[in-house]
Design a protein around this ligand. Structure first.
Ligand code: AMP
Length: 283
């Protein structure tokens, strides 16, 4: 595995490899099995797998959250290498945002203003869209791998790829979970054992909603109110429990598959997100 830190070095390294398919897995490091599941998916069909590790400052609305973000270079490199990454792109902040940097990639409309956009501010998606575009330009991948856990992120990236006419196939991989059902996340490490126990209510509520839907419940209001009550009873502070159509992210009143159900909630000081897709394939 090769580690490169500049865009110029990355381009030079990739140049002789372009006759085969290049797969790209963007991450912010603090790697876990969820990230590695994207690598395994890329490995299946791509000749070269590139992973970026970059904690993007512009997508954090809370400086404390940015400061608390786990950074462990040698552990990440070890995991990436074992998973089968060929090239790790690990730039410094100055490489991605040189002095005088003044361009923002802004995906407008409801895709970036609802849900995470409403909770974290639209700057979050501006930061994400800008860095993803820069990374796409640097790597020029054939396929880019994103996780379903960050559902809105992949919807925004799909829009960006379409609008900019980028020749990149977006591959969205299923959410990887711990054995107890908690969606894997770098943030889980910040949970105390007691908080982690309480956090399990998040996937439990989502699965409860899926079960209720499977048994015929269609009314979003009742599913929503029950779910919210369960979260609050577990001492979790919900930011949203939303039922939306998975393409436009518009709220729905009746569950008509496909419907995406998303939760953002705080367990103690840690903000977690998770979602489940209700569609005919997952009945
Ligand atoms: P992050 O490092 O948190 O920015 O995540 C990098 C990529 O890994 C994003 O596409 C995430 O959606 C994906 N990812 C994070 N956690 C998981 C998970 N539990 N399962 C699948 N993909 C994930």
């Amino acid at each position: 595995m090769r580690v490169v830190r500049t865009i110029a070095d990355l381009r030079e390294t990739l140049h002789p490899l372009r006759s085969g398919l290049v797969g790209f897995v963007p991450t912010m490091g603090a790697l876990h099995e969820g990230h590695l599941s994207l690598v395994y998916a890329a490995r299946e069909t791509c000749n070269t797998v590139v992973m970026s590790i970059f904690v993007n400052p512009t997508q954090f609305n809370d400086p404390a959250d940015l400061a608390a973000y786990t950074r462990d270079e040698s552990r990440d490199l070890e995991l990436a290498s074992t998973a089968g990454v060929d090239i790790v792109f690990m730039p410094e902040v100055e490489e991605m945002y040189p002095e005088g940097f003044s361009t923002v990639v802004h995906v407008s409309g409801p895709l970036t203003t609802v849900l995470e956009g409403a909770s974290r501010g639209t700057k979050h998606f501006d930061g994400m869209a800008t860095i993803v575009t820069k990374l796409f330009n640097a790597v020029m991948p054939d396929r880019a791998y994103f996780g379903a856990k960050d559902a809105q992120q992949s919807v925004v990236v799909r829009q960006l790829i379409r609008d900019l006419g980028l020749p990149i196939e977006l591959v969205v991989c299923p959410t990887s979970r711990d054995a107890d059902g908690l969606a894997r996340s770098s943030r889980n490490a910040r949970l105390s054992p007691e908080e982690r126990e309480r956090a399990l209510t998040i996937p439990a509520v989502l699965l409860g909603i899926r079960d209720a839907w499977r048994s015929g419940v269609r009314d979003v209001a009742s599913l929503h109110d029950n779910g919210l009550a369960q979260l609050k009873n577990a001492g979790i502070v919900p930011e949203y429990l939303a039922f939306v159509d998975p393409i436009r992210l518009e709220a729905v009143e009746t569950v008509t598959p496909p419907t995406l159900v998303l939760i953002a909630a705080k367990v103690g000081a840690t903000r977690l997100i998770d979602n489940v897709l209700l569609d005919d394939e997952h009945v």
